[in-house]
Design a protein around this ligand. Sequence first.
Ligand code: CP3
Length: 346
Amino acid sequence: MAEKTLLRALAGEVVPTPPIWMMRQAGRYLPEYRATRAQAGDFLSLCYTPDLAAEVTLQPIRRYGFDAAILFADILLVPQALGADLWFVTGEGPRLSTVTTEDDLGRLKGPEDIHDHLAPVYETVRILARELPAETALIGFAGAPWTVATYMIAGRGTPDQGPAHALMRENPALFDALMDRIEAATIDYLSHQVEAGAETVKIFDSWAGSLTGAAFDRYALEPARRITAALKKRHPGLPVIAFPRGAGMRYEGAHAATGADCIALDDGVTPEWAAEHVQVAGCVQGNLASSHMVTGGQALIDETRRIVRAFSKGPHIFNLGHGITPDADPANVQLMIDTVRETVTA
Ligand code: CP3
């Protein structure tokens, strides 16, 4: 049996004090992150400089003693490795060259040709596997094909993923070919992270919620299932976390549909509903609203306790429902951690 609490929860064990980590735990709300990012020059240089990427990954571990570290990188490094141009506009977010024609797709590289570009990420994982405290688990990650495709098709983040939905409708063959390319690259990318020392991997499908009806099954659940199955075949026993954000009631059945060991919950479902309908099938992670890290106070304490109690009878990893935001107060993160640990002993 694994000793690290995160791995125990992923294996289905009810750990007395749930392991804690946060999405975007290395980020702009931390002054030490902002300092290292300034040293790197820009966000992408930070991602591709292993010593600095490892440093920012370790910062929240040192400050808070989280039970898991998540590799510092970005889901958009995969499109870049496939040959897309990628840059970040300060204050606005990512920009990419778009894939909307067969010619655009034809210019992309094959999944086997991404690894030279991504070698610094694997090096970051190796450094972390060496330097993390013995009790801290290391999480690798990638974007899910649908979420990555929404950025590759639109060339930027979009409120409703309209351009990706339009391509799916107007040129389904091209859309499917792009999805397949991303899926194959993702399997290989995550597999390399595991070989470098990642102990579990998380598949971020941030825009799964905008898929409706059969498209949710076909483009969110099924790619996650194929990625999970391929990884478990290459790495027997590897625990996988899937995050179909915005799934709502479709979170029910997601363990079985994806084969993932853990389903990450956003803040759109109540913990009581999720305990009854999702956690019955396996480990869950989440679902505190990240706005509490900005506002703090009694509401943070009450909601944290509610989540810990609602999920106390099954395997649970304490986390936010989405990434912590730059305007969060680092003191509220400590309050959340203290509340989780006190609720358990109370
Ligand atoms: O969680 C972690 O601490 C690990 C690192 C991580 C980052 N991005 C670093 C990052 C992870 C897991 C991601 C995932 C990611 N990236 C997702 C999926 C999860 C989610 O949040 O829905 C998505 C959609 C992206 C794409 C992306 N990267 C966007 C839209 C942006 C800009 C928005 C923003 O917050 O500025 C990024 C930039 C980004 N990725 C930052 C960080 C710390 C902020 C960049 C900076 O420091 O300037």
